[in-house]
Design a protein around this ligand. Structure first.
Ligand code: AMP
Ligand code: ZN
Length: 114
């Protein structure tokens, strides 16, 4: 685990966060600066820098990440729809270099995103 990784430290319990789901592979937290009425982040417990760094051995983990995103969106009552987002690299504005899936919902969204 990179010692300077914010999300690794949250997963390890060293930095507080509102944890809404946890299992052997994944941790889901509330985003500290929500961009929508519901804004959750699903984190693999094992550090991966970004989706570009995922390997074939991560296939099941990535499937679990997406399924958790859909399940947590449903549990949050986002019946009108929601968006699952993985920002990757500088152009996409990735600011925390530990792979995470955003779950955004509770308001209408535009396309294309900014
Ligand atoms: P990204 O820009 O895709 O890398 O997303 C990083 C997200 O992490 C942003 O939406 C931040 O608001 C969120 N974030 C940063 N620090 C924390 C924290 N301590 N607890 C929860 N979410 C955080
Ligand atoms: Zn990490």
């Amino acid at each position: 685990m990179p010692l300077d990784c914010l999300f690794c430290r949250i997963i390890a319990g060293e930095i507080p966060a509102t944890i809404v789901y946890r299992d052997n592979e994944l941790t889901a937290i509330r985003d500290i600066n929500p961009a929508a009425p519901t804004h959750l982040l699903v984190l693999p417990n094992r550090h991966i820098d970004s989706i570009s760094d995922a390997q074939a051995r991560d296939q099941a983990l990535l499937g679990a990440l997406l399924l958790a995103g859909a399940r947590l969106a449903q549990q949050a009552g986002l019946d009108g729809g929601y968006r699952l987002v993985i920002n990757t690299g500088a152009d996409a504005g990735q600011s925390v270099h530990h792979l995470h899936l955003h779950i955004l919902g509770g308001r209408a969204m535009r396309w294309p995103p900014g």
